[in-house]
Structures are given as structure tokens and as C-alpha cells.
Design a binder for this molecule. Sequence first.
Ligand code: HEC
Length: 168
Amino acid sequence: MSLRLLIAFPALILAACEMRMWEQDRLDTWEAETAEHGRLPPDGAIARGDLVHLELLENRPPMSLALVERGRTVFERTCAPCHGGYGDRAGIIVERGFPAPPSLHEARLRDAGPSYFVEVITNGYGAMYPYANRVEPSDRWAVAAYIQALQRVGEAREAEGAPGEATP
Ligand code: HEC
């Protein structure tokens, strides 16, 4: 071994010591994540599960009695406490002080169409918070179909000269 290597070798070891491996850039507990830590997904990234989710949201199931019946179950459980069973009354939560929603029988909402209801369920609207984590995408379409069924009942009743409000 040459004299030069003999001198260089311990110098290399010392240089490695200078690197202080225990002082690496790392995340401490509760520290906010940043892009440099490589843990945030890049902008626009979609998780694999979310793709299925998005597809379900975009694919409106065909109208059927089963869809409307499923919608009724979810609507009565999730929406009626505020919107009322017929969609035009204050539900129990509103009686206890939550802001009153508009009637789902308003002309504007009769014209809105099912994808608008799916959007409101997904993203919320004003004082109403989103229900995306409580109502599955396919159930959102079911609820939208049920709201449309309620609206058709309302229209039919008004055409008969009956007051719009009724308990289905
Ligand atoms: C905790 C009470 C509450 C629940 C539960 C609730 N909503 Fe609402 N909803 C509201 C309120 C309040 C508004 C009016 C918000 C505003 O105008 O700021 C509203 C508004 C709406 C509107 C009208 C949006 C517009 O353009 O005016 C639709 C449609 C709607 N809700 C559908 C639903 C459906 C479907 C569900 C069930 C999945 C649901 N809501 C559950 C309180 C609720």
C-alpha cells in the first residue's frame, strides 16, 4: 500500500464522520409535511381508490324503482332530519335551531336535475355541509332519483289543486 493511500484512508473515514448521519433532514412528530420530504403527492395526483369513486360519480345509474326505493331509504335517514320527509318542511334538526333549507319543490330546484343534487350532496351548499363521506356515490344518484320522484308527486298534487305539501 502506498504512503499516499495510508494517509488518505483515515482522512476518508474522518470525512464520513463529518457527515453526521444522525442529523439528517427528517420529519419530527407533528411537523407539517412539505414537498421536500417527498411525502406529499404531486399536484393533480389521484389515488387509485378515488378513480373508482370518480367513475361512480360520473356514471349515472339507469332510473329504476329499486333506485328510487334505495334513494328513499337514504333520504329519510340522512336528509329528512333537516329537509323533512317530503323535502319541503323543516325537519327535526331545523326545529332545534339549524338554518332552514329551501323547499326541494321550489321551481328552481325542480329544474335543477339529478346531477345538481349529486353535486350538493358531494360538496355541500352554503350552510349545508358535504355528505360525501356519509353517502356513497351510487347512493347519491339514488337520493337524486328519489328527490325527483318527490318533485313529480308535488307537481301532480298541485295540478290536482291539492296543496303541494303531503307526507309520502
Ligand atoms: C343538517 C341539516 C341538513 C341535512 C342533514 C341536509 N341538508 Fe340539504 N340543506 C340544508 C340547508 C340549511 C340548506 C340551505 C343552505 C344555504 O342556503 O345556505 C340545504 C340546501 C340543500 C339543497 C338546495 C341547494 C340550493 O341550490 O339551494 C339541496 C338540493 C339539498 N340541501 C339536498 C340535501 C340532500 C340530498 C341531503 C341528504 C343527503 C341533505 N340536503 C341533507 C341542510 C341540510
